[in-house]
Design a protein around this ligand. Structure first.
Ligand code: F6R
Length: 610
């Protein structure tokens, strides 16, 4: 989604802004622009398409300035054209870059148009520039003008503003969408994501909802929702520029898949103590309550939702607790009844997904015993908005498609299920042995990554397909859903997942010799059932691609493509391990089709609009 960066310094900052935009590219966007205060006047450059196009244009007609803002736009209102690219101007007096959506912009636009304002774009953002301009013309200073203008807007958003009237300052506002202030030496920064600022600072102040920050090169003044001066704690980040280097890998996604053993190891390490799950993983207060928990509700989106579905099985099987998993955007509007002593868990890699944040806000009103977050970003809005959180240790994930973040979520969720089981009186020996199975995951993931070459070869079978069905049973069903999600988002092949038993209730009608069917076949109690499903497919000419345990004895049949895991996983390990070949498969299919695997079309890394 959109990205914002702003800098106030004592040097020419155009290169810093452009570098910041490059670092925000991973979030997904379709146009880019920057605006600078140049000798007291506002100048801007905008281009549809990639930041590289903006940079080319900048080289032809360079701008200079010591105070400026820049933006990558993911179109919501109006096509991704130059006119609709940010920063938006009101005359050459005010420039605004904006993330999120102004829900009441139509009414404001009508009012402004009636008053004689001429709009030059189709965006909701332009309203903000004109509203601030009007307040400045009434004699207000930038902070007051911005506060009064923003008070008229509905929706969830963040903005940065430049005004020719205050040429040393940048105004940054957090209204439901993230905004962080970076602190430098004789320079200060604002950004929607610390990724933009990694080369220039590790010191941040995270704004809270309703905050405004007025930055100059030498000062940062933050005011809260009521206009009162507030202090926001200074946070020193562990991430530096190296956190987002691609190294020798061809793509970030490839690097991130290959980092998974390390990421899972780092995530598991602090969750295991004395060979058992650490009950305090969400903090001692939650640890003390675990034995009283009667149910778990999970809300999440996309891959994180799939992780939640796998966790449901573990929580039911090991802790013997009922668990419901809802897509976060659905949870908001039809939350399940909340029984006494129920836990709520939001799962979000970025911790910035608007729907997950909204579901969590709704959950906080509903009398849960505790509202928990599982996230990969310690400084995210989600983590900052709940009392109890658990962090995965994937490191920054740049590829839009979630890989290492998902696997670390699964690892953490397995340990959470075991902590609940232990607190509810399961036999210690059983929990100890399951914990050992979890602890063995990093080594097993390393072995699986050796299948990369084979998957690159097999990916050729998918290149020309238009439709792929993924089948799994039990905990392999959400893994099939994850496989289908990865394939469709990266290769643009239509892919769907079904619980294998559902095949004959409809999707079998689609099966003919053009259809590829990926079946996940661990050697468990459901294998014989799955075999019958596969026969149904074969009988109709469907091409089968079976990922199985080495001892499942599948894949000798004519025309069946077989991929066997190097070692049979346990029931706890299987959902984690079966995910890895599906990631590699989706990666190679997309690369072979010539797609941008790190930035698939129409998608954004963190979906900050609902
Ligand atoms: C798929 C993918 C998305 C995210 C989803 C939630 O590969 O990356 O489906 O999983 O947008 O994102 P987070 O976890 O940041 O809330």
């Amino acid at each position: 989604m959109c990205g914002i960066v702003g800098v106030a310094a004592e040097r020419d900052i155009a290169p810093l802004l452009l570098d910041g935009l490059r670092r925000l590219e991973y979030r997904g966007y379709d146009s880019a622009g920057l605006a600078l205060l140049d000798n007291g006047g506002l100048k801007r450059l905008r281009r549809p398409g990639e930041v590289a196009r903006l940079v080319e244009e900048f080289e032809r007609q360079p701008l200079e300035g010591e105070v400026g803002i820049a933006h990558t736009r993911w179109a919501t209102h109006g096509a991704p054209t130059e006119q609709n690219a940010h920063p938006m101007f009101a005359g050459e007096r005010v420039a605004v870059a904006h993330n999120g959506i102004v829900e009441n912009y139509e009414a404001i636009k009508e009012e402004l148009t009636t008053g004689g304002v001429v709009f030059s774009s189709e965006t909701d953002t332009e309203c903000i520039a004109h509203l601030i301009d009007a307040e400045l013309s009434a004699g207000k200073d930038l902070a007051t003008a911005a506060r009064d203008a923003l008070a008229r807007l509905k929706g969830s958003y963040s903005v940065v503003v430049l005004a020719a009237a205050e040429p040393d300052a940048i105004l940054a506002a957090h209204r439901g969408a993230p905004m962080v202030v970076g602190l430098g030496e004789s320079e200060n920064y604002a950004a929607s994501d610390i990724a933009a600022l990694l080369p220039v600072t590790r010191r941040y102040r995270f704004l809270r909802d309703g905050d405004l920050a007025l930055l100059t090169r030498g000062s940062v003044e933050i005011t809260g929702a009521g206009g009162e001066a507030v202090e926001r704690p200074m946070v020193e980040s562990e991430f530096g520029p190296e956190s987002v280097e691609r190294g020798a890998y061809r793509h970030y996604m490839q690097k991130e898949i290959f980092e998974q053993a390390r990421a899972v190891r780092d995530t598991l390490l602090p969750l295991i103590s004395g060979g058992l799950p650490d009950a305090s993983m969400f903090g001692p207060e939650v640890g003390a309550k675990l034995g009283e928990i009667t149910a778990v509700h999970i809300a999440a989106c996309g891959s994180a939702f799939n992780a939640g579905l796998v966790a449901r099985q573990w929580i039911q099987d090991y802790a013997k607790l009922p668990c419901t998993v809802e897509i976060a955007s659905e949870y908001r509007y039809r939350p399940p009844p909340c029984p006494p002593n129920c836990l709520f868990l939001a799962i979000s890699q970025s911790g910035e997904t608007a729907d997950t944040l909204a579901a969590t806000r709704a959950a906080r009103e509903r009398g849960y015993r505790a509202v928990l977050a599982l996230s990969n970003v310690a400084t995210s809005s989600l983590v900052r908005n709940v009392e109890h959180s658990l962090l995965t240790r994937a490191g920054l994930e740049v590829g839009v498609a979630s890989t290492k973040a998902l696997l670390t979520q699964l690892a953490a969720l397995a340990m959470m299920a075991l902590a609940l089981a232990r607190a509810r009186g399961s036999r210690e020996e059983e929990i100890r042995s399951l914990t050992q199975e979890a602890a063995a995951l990093p080594g097993l993931i390393e072995q699986l990554l050796e299948m990369d070459g084979r998957l690159a070869e097999l990916a050729g079978n998918f290149r020309g397909r238009e439709h792929v069905l993924f089948l799994g049973r039990g905990p392999m069903w959400p893994v099939a859903m994850e496989g289908a999600l990865k394939l469709k988002e990266l290769s643009y092949i239509h892919a769907e997942a079904y619980a294998a038993g559902e095949l004959k209730h409809g999707p079998l009608a689609l099966v003919d010799d053009r259809m590829m069917i990926v079946a996940l076949a661990p050697n468990d109690g459901l294998l014989h059932k799955l075999r019958s499903n596969l026969e149904e497919v074969r009988a109709r000419g469907g091409q089968l691609f079976v990922v199985s345990d080495p001892d499942a004895n599948l894949g000798h049949e004519d025309g069946m493509i077989a991929l066997r895991l190097p070692a049979p996983p346990t029931a706890l390990q299987a959902p984690v391990l079966y995910t890895v070949p599906l990631q590699l498969l989706a990666y190679h299919v997309a690369v072979q089709k010539g797609h941008d695997v790190d930035r698939p079309r129409n998608l954004a890394k963190s979906v900050t609009v609902d």
